[in-house]
Design a protein around this ligand. Structure first.
Ligand SMILES: [Zn+2]
Ligand SMILES: [Zn+2]
Length: 469
């Protein structure tokens, strides 16, 4: 009945750095349905079709539960030690939901357990090829209790846990991808994992984007000790989606999305948040609060006059570990760009004020309007050369919130930032901490950039410069 992996196969697989999980023993499983707890005795053989209580459906559709409450007793396997991960290489547990007598949901003969396993194998092979350590909770059509899956993943010391499932709902028109994580545990980085897998899978499949749900009280997302998420890659109750889910081509697209999400989780791109024109009292404080809560360091290009007006805020920026750069003393394009001398004079004034107020001897600076703008075309090259000779480093930007407009709309600022980033590996994002809307939407924006790790600019980086003719 159970196709168990032989010990020899096991050794071979271990040699290939894939780790198997031993089968579990008899368990009573509890499922929480809409808040009510049910304890069902495990039945040894009876596994009626669709016995699984399937996952939650649509937004507003209450309850739903992950993981089956059916299942049966697995014969304990030979005493094998749970695989241990090798240090230094990310270790990933891929968990194809259900298996064996627990078929999960189904539609027109397409069974969830089979689709889950097919996708999981594709994910495993891709990750394997990329050098990750991968452990599958099952490699064939075997029933393994969810408790056993989690226990083994925890003992293995996995870095992340990704569970793959299919969805079902009574309304056959409901479709799309849904991803779940346990938001009650903020210690683990589950949210970012869920966001990345969700976002990348939507991209590779073009599937309807449903919610990322943080209220997953599933065993596999809640009892794992590493970041974990559960993706429902489609609805087997939807004829169109079911048809696609049964094809190797679509399974491949899903697997590719999951792998890209995992890759970005371990190897995020880099974004440098830069804020110009401050400090202001309230708006800068709002930005600093968001950064502090997320433990993110950014770069502030300060205006000398504003530092004089709000010295405490300038000191707070420095005290909280952000990079301070110089923008100008007086933000008056026509005055400062008259000549090299007028620029240098204004700059030196700003430099002194910032040094006296914060103690920071800034090396980085940003030209008001950028290194090339409508006001400095004739002198920009000369000024840049002079400033470089003086040992200062200037930074332009390659993405912008475009928040220096009359009536900035938060949602638009977020869209601007995301679109102008163009998915680049290294993004220097221009923003203005003096703008109210910017501070108001910063948290949302950061939530929507899970593929980026935020860093402060330093002197050692290759600067981003506009092209000077
Ligand atoms: Zn499922
Ligand atoms: Zn400016």
């Amino acid at each position: 009945m159970y196709r168990r992996i032989s010990y020899l196969q096991m050794k071979k697989r271990k040699a290939r750095r894939r780790k198997m999980i031993k089968a579990g023993c008899a368990l009573l499983m509890a499922a929480v349905i809409g808040g009510a707890s049910l304890a069902l005795a495990v039945n040894a053989l009876a596994a009626p079709e669709n016995s699984a209580m399937e996952e939650a459906g649509t937004e507003g559709i209450q309850g739903g539960t992950e993981e089956t409450i059916s299942g049966n007793v697995a014969v304990p396997g030979p005493a094998e030690e749970t695989a241990k991960k090798e240090e230094g290489v990310p270790a990933i547990v891929i968990d194809p939901g259900h298996g064996g007598e627990d078929e999960g949901c189904a539609g027109e003969g397409i069974r969830e357990k089979d689709v889950n396993l097919a996708i999981a194998k594709l994910v495993r092979d891709k990750l394997d090829g990329m050098g990750y350590q991968v452990m599958m909770t099952r490699e064939d059509d075997t029933y393994i209790a969810k408790e056993e899956r989690v226990k083994n993943a925890n003992e293995y010391g996995a870095d992340i846990y990704v569970s793959i499932h299919q969805n079902t709902y009574e309304d056959g028109s409901v479709e799309g991808i849904e991803t779940w994580y346990d938001g009650s545990d903020s210690e683990r980085d589950s949210k970012r994992l869920a966001q990345l897998i969700h976002q990348e899978t939507i991209k590779t499949t073009g599937a309807l984007q449903r919610q990322i749900r943080e209220d997953a009280d599933f065993h596999v997302t809640g009892k794992t000790i590493m970041p974990a998420c559960l993706i429902e890659t489609g609805f087997l109750s939807n004829p169109g989606e079911r048809g696609k889910l049964a094809t190797a081509e679509y399974q491949e697209q899903i697997a590719e999305g999951i792998v890209r999400g995992i890759e970005l989780y371990f190897h995020p791109k880099t974004m440098y948040l830069t804020f110009d024109d401050g400090p202001y009292v309230e708006n800068t404080a709002r930005v600093l609060d968001v950064l502090k809560a997320r433990n993110i360091k950014a770069t502030f290009f300060l205006v000398g006059e504003n530092v004089e007006r709000n010295p405490e805020m300038a000191r707070r920026i420095a005290a909280e570990g952000h990079t301070i750069g110089i923008h100008c003393y007086n933000h008056d394009y026509e005055a400062i760009y008259q000549s090299v001398d007028s620029y240098v004079q204004d700059f030196e004034k700003a430099y002194q004020v910032i040094k006296e107020t914060t103690g920071v001897e800034a090396k980085l600076f940003r030209f008001p309007g950028g290194s090339v703008n409508a006001y400095n075309k004739k002198v920009c090259k000369e000024i840049a050369e002079e400033m470089t000779a003086r040992g200062f480093i200037y930074y332009d930007w390659n993405a912008s919130m475009e928040d220096a407009v009359k009536e900035p709309v938060p949602e638009q600022l977020i869209a601007n930032a995301k679109e102008s980033a163009l998915g680049r590996e290294k993004v220097v994002l221009l923003a203005h901490d003096v703008v109210y809307a910017t501070g108001m939407c910063l948290d949302d924006l950061l939530d929507r950039l899970p593929e980026y790790r935020m860093e402060a600019l330093t002197e050692d980086l290759e600067p981003v410069h506009f092209q000077m003719k």
